[in-house]
Design a protein around this ligand. Structure first.
Ligand SMILES: Nc1nc2c(ncn2[C@@H]2O[C@H](COP(=O)(O)OP(=O)(O)OP(=O)(O)O)[C@@H](O)[C@H]2O)c(=O)[nH]1
Ligand SMILES: Nc1nc2c(ncn2[C@@H]2O[C@H](COP(=O)(O)OP(=O)(O)OP(=O)(O)O)[C@@H](O)[C@H]2O)c(=O)[nH]1
Length: 435
């Protein structure tokens, strides 16, 4: 689980993206395997000791035709809004610049934990030069060289030390969910339809979901909470028009949710941008429900639903576990299917399978269809056990983890799903060598 968000800020050319890539380095290749996810990504994850943090490179958030000072200003605003800890990057090669001072001033006022990180300290001489950054008034400094990978661990140690604890436990016992989707798919309308009262402003102008907060409510004895995805409050429309920023907002909401509703606009059908959104939902390891909205606008006969289901499956192969519901937020058609679906999916996300029952299924699967030998070596699964929930995570104890190939893992996953359901939740399967 993500334990907090780190944002990198700094003026251009101090080495933010080099540092960012260094942080997310070893995980990048895994994440980039998800199809449809933006390649020039500005967010990633870093594992440090036992924790996982989200990292944002604000340097990648740009607005067209904005004066340069405006742009940095916005990047710092976004970091202050989104991050739990801010890493302020400066460069020992260039020394203190006026833009550094402007950023420092803003950060000091923000009351967020800030670490001053002096980059490009490639040698000892530059280390001496770094001292001038004490003049920025941000306290201790961390000298690093992103290119050479020096000093990064000390920064992450400090991040771990000062990261404020996440206050997610207040939502214990409730099912939290968020609604994500391209602009204008009907997110606010759906929230309103679920709540049956106008707590969220609805309008047909793109990017108008604002000023909402997490909304708890009760339905048939169960407690739910809708996690808000609104943009920076009252900072103006410009922020909400930035696609990369809306992705960050969605990530933040997804982190805090048990279940994600991924909305598609039925009046337009599946669009390219939907793939980015779907990728976010899938990567997070949360429960996912695909909601095909504006069903009222679709001309249909008795085959339409089947046809669209096929289309959705073909476009979002990696979300094959997610149930699909067809609704109209406007007319209220089939809206009553949503909360039961959320509840069911959340139950599946937290389902625990008894070890002996699980082992029966896995051993049967293995007997029916043993793994194909690889270089003359045959995979053997001795036993397995479920080690986690949200998402359900299984460890297979095997003779050699290298022998567990993607297709066989897929086969085992399908057998687990056949036996236990798990609709709506991704499943993780890991292989360990039996000791
Ligand atoms: N010597 C040295 N050069 C570095 C180091 N880190 C980054 N650089 C170089 O500094 C230049 C700028 O690096 P970037 O990572 O693109 O900087 P940035 O802050 O992301 O720049 P913008 O994208 O303009 O915001 C590149 O030529 C890097 O190779 C370092 O630790 N030492
Ligand atoms: N016909 C029809 N129109 C809908 C439905 N749901 C939403 N709309 C309309 O679609 C438009 C956008 O709805 P919103 O709920 O504001 O969409 P949103 O996704 O929150 O939009 P942003 O805040 O821009 O991201 C409004 O004009 C809604 O009335 C639906 O089920 N059927």
């Amino acid at each position: 689980m993500i334990k907090g968000t780190i944002a990198i800020v700094g003026r251009p050319n101090v080495g933010k993206s080099t540092f960012f890539n260094r942080l997310i380095g070893q995980r990048k290749s895994i994440v980039d395997d998800t199809p449809g996810v933006t390649r020039d990504r500005i967010y990633g994850e870093v594992d440090w000791l036992t924790q996982t943090y989200r990292v944002i490179d604000t340097g990648g958030i740009q607005i067209d035709e904005q004066p340069f000072a405006e742009e940095i200003n916005m990047q710092v605003d976004i970091a202050i809004e989104e991050a739990d800890v801010i890493l302020f990057l400066v460069s020992a090669k260039e020394g203190v610049m006026s833009d550094d001072m402007a950023i420092a001033k803003k950060l000091v006022r923000s009351n967020k934990p800030v670490l001053l990180v002096v980059n490009k300290v490639d040698n000892e001489k530059l280390q001496m030069d770094a001292f001038e950054f004490y003049s920025l008034g941000l306290g201790d400094l961390f000298c690093i060289s992103s290119v050479h990978g020096i000093g990064i661990g000390d920064v992450l140690d400090k991040v771990t030390e000062i990261m404020p604890p996440k206050n997610i436990s207040s939502y214990d016992g409730m099912t939290s969910f968020c609604v994500i989707g391209r602009p204008n798919v009907g997110k606010s309308s759906l929230v309103n339809a679920i709540l049956k009262e106008d707590r969220v402003i609805v309008s047909n102008i793109e990017g108008t979901t604002r000023d909402a907060i997490d909304t708890p409510f009760k339905y048939e004895g169960e407690e739910y909470i809708i996690i808000d995805t609104a943009g920076i409050r009252k900072k103006g429309k410009i922020y909400e028009d930035i696609e990369k920023y809306s992705i960050l907002r969605a990530l933040n909401a997804i982190d805090r949710s048990n279940v994600v509703l991924f909305l598609i606009d039925g009046s337009l059908g599946i669009r390219e941008q939907d793939k980015h959104v779907a990728g976010l939902a899938h990567e997070a390891g949360k429960g996912v429900i695909i909601v095909y909205n504006k069903w009222d606008t679709v001309e249909k006969d008795d085959k339409t639903m089947q046809k669209i289901t096929k289309e959705i499956r073909a476009h979002f192969l990696y979300l094959d576990y997610a149930p699909i519901v067809f609704v109209s937020a406007l007319t209220g058609q089939k809206i009553n299917q949503i909360l039961p679906a959320i509840q069911q999916v959340h139950d599946n996300c937290t389902l625990r399978i008894q070890t002996n029952v699980l082992n029966d299924v896995i051993l049967d699967a293995q007997m029916m269809n043993p793994a194909k030998p690889h270089n003359g070596k045959q995979l053997k699964i001795y036993y397995s056990s479920q080690v986690g929930v949200e998402p359900p995570t299984f460890v297979l104890f095997v003779n050699d983890p290298e022998l567990l190939h993607f297709s066989y893992k897929r086969y085992i996953e399908n057998k687990i799903r056949e036996a236990f359901g798990f609709e709506g939740t991704p499943i993780r399967i890991l292989a360990r060598k039996k000791s």
